[in-house]
Write a protein that binds this ligand. Sequence first.
Ligand SMILES: [Fe+2]
Length: 260
Amino acid sequence: MIPFADTHVHLLAGLDDGPPTADVALAMCRMLVTEGARHATALAHQNPGYPANTADHLRSAAAALAATLGVKKIPLSVYPTGEVMLSANTLDEWRSGMLMSVGDHKQWLLVEMPYSGFLDAMPLAEALKPEGVRLIIAHAERYPELLDDLALAQKWIEAGCLLQVTAHALAEPWEQNFELALKRWAKGGFIHLLGSDGHGIDRRRPVLALGFGRLAKWVGRSRAEQIAGVWGTAVLQGNPVTVPAPQPGGHSWFSRLFGE
Ligand SMILES: [Fe+2]
């Protein structure tokens, strides 16, 4: 079994709406290990609601967490990461050094949509491409504009974006149409990374294993391990990731024949 990489978990105590204390953060880390993870983002929001969350602040908080994990002998490697809220200023903020890339490798920016609505990620993806930076769309399943529009999702992927899906959504999709859309994404190769979006230990816990199980049922164990482990680890460690082009038709001749 390949160790999982949680590409979206809030672990920086007191920096955002994630763990309020270092003890809760450590409990989350222990839980992630139990879930099968060995790599995880030490992530906090970067948006106007958290102006103190500069790249430097996230960098030093993640280093402190890594040191504590070492002392406590908790086998989890953590990688500083900002969850960046897209805005008209994102490119300027990136260029000014305010934003923390995934793992501080300056290869991937983890972005979420603003509260005000859904933005086109293409202009930013195209602007960052010459700098060797690509986008990861955080909890991409939250956006019906993307989930239900395979052509748009394909266009973003072709522009270099990766789509991250929340393990809990896979494990317990809250309605049938949502589950069907996730399954269509999974089978069509639109899901690249798994995240728990864990925020605490009493609520929004960092769970991965059940979501992985659902993914494995839909796409087979080996592809599920690529998503939950191989690609996620590569992203966190700053190694190259090449994903196959999505297949909007989504289904092999075998699955079409047998209706899987
Ligand atoms: Fe988040």
